[in-house]
Design a protein around this ligand. Structure first.
Ligand code: GTP
Ligand code: MG
Length: 136
């Protein structure tokens, strides 16, 4: 089975949506939360995590937003969980995300799109090492 890194972004934490979002993940069959922590991300961690976007116009505001308050970092394990959490989240732009998805139900702003989930097995391995070196 697979493992993925999930972040509930600072907007989700500030708005009291931790339970709502984790509940959706927790209710999926054959998935398990194997690590979970509330933490404020350092510039160093954010630079590693979002390195692929460095130099893009949205990079600086993205990092500032991601450091603006605590996030909830989770490791989720199970059947097709990488594709599965991305499907629960919906597309990056919350206005393009269908109602029923996390971003579609709760978001309006591209930057403040509530959740991060690894987008491939390679990304998951890389990101798990950044956030949970003891688990990875
Ligand atoms: P993550 O799970 O956070 O990685 O989102 P994603 O995989 O759906 O999107 P991507 O990795 O392409 O971009 C990372 C984050 O940068 C997104 O979640 C958005 O918060 C932000 N972002 C991406 N593209 C844009 C953009 O065109 N404009 C702005 N303002 N933010 C963007
Ligand atoms: Mg991404």
């Amino acid at each position: 089975s697979q493992r993925t890194l999930v972040l509930l972004k600072p907007d989700a934490v500030r708005r009291g949506l931790i339970g709502e979002i984790i509940g959706r993940i927790e209710r999926k069959a054959n998935w398990t939360i194997s690590a979970l922590e509330l933490r404020t991300l350092s510039q160093d961690v954010l630079e590693q995590h979002y390195g692929e976007h460095k130099g893009k116009p949205f990079y600086e505001p993205l990092v500032e937003f991601m450091a603006s308050g605590p996030v909830v970092a989770l490791v989720v394990e199970g059947e097709r969980v990488i594709e599965g959490v991305r499907a629960l989240a919906g597309p990056t732009d919350p206005i393009a995300a269908a109602p029923g998805s996390i971003r579609g139900d709760f978001g309006t702003i591209v930057r403040e799109n509530l959740i991060h989930a690894s987008d491939s097995e390679e990304s998951a391995e890389r990101e798990l090492k950044i956030f949970f070196p003891s688990v990875a």
